[in-house]
Write a protein that binds this ligand. Structure first.
Ligand code: AMP
Length: 147
């Protein structure tokens, strides 16, 4: 039977597993939906963080939300994209986790979200914790302990 027995594993800090903010595609408050759609399409991600000028986490914007906002009765109103601001479209509050949290908390929250935004005490965005990274660690741990 496979077991994850080590308490130490679940008590590890998430800090070492996060993708740091410099590597995370994001948009800023005030950016247009057109810009956000460009970033989303170019990166291939379905959802990215929205930050303010001080790098504080404000929301998440997704392709689905943008498309939904420009759905007309019989066509998609692409012409509205430049004037729509991400501030109006973004999901808020955002699934997030504090940088000092443990692996176990990340694991619990990632059941319902593909990634979590990681913040510090000032709500400054420091990166993301993805389901992929956590599953990789879990797999490594299970394999090491069940040889
Ligand atoms: P993954 O687990 O790598 O498939 O990532 C899951 C989700 O996390 C993606 O669909 C994106 O929404 C987000 N994500 C992962 N890596 C990045 C990144 N470098 N920049 C922005 N968003 C990301």
């Amino acid at each position: 039977m496979i077991s994850v027995t080590s308490r130490d594993f679940l008590d590890m800090q998430i800090e070492e597993f996060i993708i740091s903010s410099e590597k995370v595609a994001h948009v800023q408050m005030g950016n247009s939906a057109e810009h956000a759609l460009l970033v989303l399409t170019k990166t291939g991600y379905s959802s990215i963080p929205v930050l303010d000028s001080k790098y504080r986490l404000k929301g998440l914007v997704s392709t689905q939300r943008i498309t939904d906002a420009i759905l007309g009765l019989d066509h998609i109103e692409y012409e509205r994209l430049p004037d729509l601001k991400v501030d109006l479209l973004m999901q808020s509050p955002v699934p997030s986790i504090h940088i000092n949290e443990k692996f176990k908390k990340g694991l619990d929250l990632l059941i319902n979200h593909p990634f979590l935004c990681v913040v510090d005490d000032e709500e400054t965005f420091v990166g993301i914790l993805t389901r992929r990274v956590v599953l990789k660690q879990l797999k490594k741990h299970i394999y090491q302990n069940n040889q």
